[in-house]
Design a protein around this ligand. Structure first.
Ligand code: SF4
Ligand SMILES: [Zn+2]
Ligand SMILES: [Zn+2]
Length: 313
């Protein structure tokens, strides 16, 4: 297998592009893909302050690394979720990455700020951990970015993530989500910071290779709450299709963006945003989903505390 560009020994084969690259040309391919995505969707430019959501995994750390290498002004935000050893390791990886490169890392600890970690929250509101976790991460990322004056929030969602989300949205005909699923979401109001996903044309395997080539030490273990998640099942289904027909995953997502999404957007509902009565963040209801969830959790905790102790006879 030879590099498509220089004919040297290739280290990475990309069947969906019918190509292979040596180490320097693979790095060039990866960085060109990121730069092209940023320009194509006008995600941000070199004057913007970018806040990267950093979990400590390969995608978010590779994203942070590539943005800095390309000359963008990027700081990181890590949310300490309090999920057993997984969260400790993730935070450690994010912190060492930032320290070794002299980058700014903002850390928010969920339990310290809101009184409960993801596991306690899930137990209290009797919901799967991922629903409260996802909602909290999105909320905190936006709020921190807004309050600290960042222009854009960037996340490490890759092609596998986006194709799996699209499959889920199509299978359940989630019209509102289909209208909003995009590599870039412009700011819909002063307090809703622009969102960008510069890795959306690159697969998990490609970001893992990029991380490896740049000695990025990332958390390899999966979150203990991930097994059984629908998104993993959809990824597996898409990987099987891709193995038989390379390029399907990319066509599925990119052609959705070009041809289908505009139609969903045209028919989509326009929501009027107002300030949440509790936290002031934008919402369509009186209270935002984050405040509703955490208020419910706090009410349940207070109820448990005031309940009389059980008497054994
Ligand atoms: S798998 Fe679920 S609980 Fe774990 S980090 Fe992801 S969203 Fe949170
Ligand atoms: Zn080469
Ligand atoms: Zn709120």
């Amino acid at each position: 297998m030879r590099c498509l560009k220089c004919g040297e020994k290739a280290i990475m084969e990309l069947s969906r592009h019918n190509s292979a690259f040596c180490q320097p040309h693979y790095v060039e391919y990866f960085e060109n893909q990121v730069e092209r995505a940023i320009r194509r969707h006008q995600m941000f430019d070199r004057d913007d302050r970018i806040l990267v959501g950093v979990s400590g995994g390969k995608d978010s750390l590779s994203l942070w690394h590539v943005l800095v290498r390309l000359g963008y002004r990027a700081a990181g935000l890590h949310i300490h979720l309090g999920i057993d050893d997984y969260s400790k390791t993730s935070y450690g990886k994010a912190l060492s990455f930032a320290r070794e490169r002299g980058l700014e890392l903002i850390a928010v600890e969920l339990a310290e700020r809101y009184g409960m970690n993801v596991t306690q929250l899930a137990r209290t509101v009797r919901q799967a951990p991922c629903s409260g976790c996802g909602l909290s991460k999105r909320y905190i990322l936006n709020r921190e970015a807004y309050e600290r004056g960042f222009d854009v929030v960037a996340t490490g969602h890759n092609l596998d993530d986006e194709a799996a989300t699209l499959l889920g949205n199509v299978l359940h005909w989630q019209i509102g989500y289909l209208a909003r699923q995009s590599p870039v979401l412009s700011s819909a109001g002063e307090k809703l910071v622009k969102k960008a996903k510069p890795l959306y044309t690159l697969t998990e395997r490609e970001t893992a290779a990029y991380a490896l080539l740049h000695d990025i030490d990332y958390v390899v273990e999966e979150c203990p709450n991930a097994p059984g998640a629908k998104s993993l099942f959809y990824k597996d289904v898409l990987a099987r299709i891709e193995a038989v027909s390379p390029g399907t995953k990319q066509r599925f997502f990119c052609e959705f963006l070009d041809h289908a999404r505009p139609r969903f957007r045209a028919g989509g509902d326009e929501h009027t945003l107002r300030d949440c009565a509790m936290c002031g963040q934008p919402t369509t209801a009186e209270l935002c989903a984050f405040c509703r969830l955490w208020e419910r959790a706090q009410r349940r905790t207070a109820k448990q505390k005031t309940r009389p102790p059980a008497v054994s006879v």
